[in-house]
Design a protein around this ligand. Sequence first.
Ligand SMILES: Cc1ncc(COP(=O)(O)O)c(C=O)c1O
Length: 379
Amino acid sequence: MTAPVSLAWLDDAAEKRRVAGLHRTLLPRTSGSRLVDLASNDYLGLVRHPEVVAGAAAALRRWGAGSTGSRLVTGTTAEHELLERELAEFVGAEAGLVFASGYAANLGAVTALGGPGTLIVSDAGSHASLVDACRLSRSRVQVAPHADVEFVETALATRAEPRALVLTDSVFSADGDLAPLQALHRVCRAHDALLLVDEAHGVGVRGVGGRGLVHEVGLAGEPDVVVTATLSKSLAAQGGIVLGDSRIREHLIDTARTFIFDTGLAPAAVGAARSALRILREQPERATAVLQRAADLARITGVDAPESAVVSVILGDPTIAVGAAAACRERGLHVGCFRPPSVPAGTSRLRLTARADLETADLDLIASVLGDVLAEARV
Ligand SMILES: Cc1ncc(COP(=O)(O)O)c(C=O)c1O
């Protein structure tokens, strides 16, 4: 049957993606898979931890499968507020507000703190959710070259808008490098701007006991620093949070559209995140272990020592990267593969994520498989 004309353009677009090596396939996991996981964000190896699963199950039994409504109506349980307080205390912030995802937390925070009359300056490497937040914000947006503090300072100093908001990831998701947070904060403070830091890849990995990069560089609790984070990586659950001054929390409750018009996070995810946080507090060595395993992965693949759990092995061409990822999979290794638009053209790569619970046998397999696969891909 020929496709209706209204859909025909989708075939053309799909063909173009296929030719460019940018076609994507969903690969459902099997629960008993023996693949060694170097692709997920389960940095601390907690997603199947019995206490995390028990925390989710207890919340599920107590509150039911869904949160039943938006946070402002019926979607807030006592457990949501406990998680907010516990996470705020952990990272050294005054208050926290849980959202249904990290994506929603970024959209909500940036649109509520931005808007007409606010200049937003966002790092070119900021996560897609911050990019989309800028687009939704109706602010004037300037994209700063990656980690270019001078550019940010000039933009802030020469703005006409009364308010300004600077956006950056703490740990950039594609390259795993760190933002110059202290220098950014200095220029924000000097020019009356708020600094919003996405700690999705920082919490659980950087800072004392995994308290994040903001904490590590001494900015925890600064009133002009707003932290966003996901609960879906180190905290082994799902959901997002905005952490900062309590006036920011109040403002978001009243005005953040992804908070007001979205169903509250499911109780099971809240229970899981609380249990994961408890484990991280009791076992801070998990945060150290993840960086050690990342260093092992960098040594094995011959790339620079990483500053986070993310180890990027750039191969260039998307078809080569996809082929290398498939070859790894055939030999028992699940690795991430990033292509445009996730990364700039010409920098398609294998993206490996370290986990605190990688064992010696895993590292032996990883060394053997990646040794062969990269030798072929890099010629
Ligand atoms: C830097 C960063 N920010 C935000 C998000 C979005 O978080 P979530 O998956 O909880 O929506 C992600 C990825 O998932 C991320 O890597």
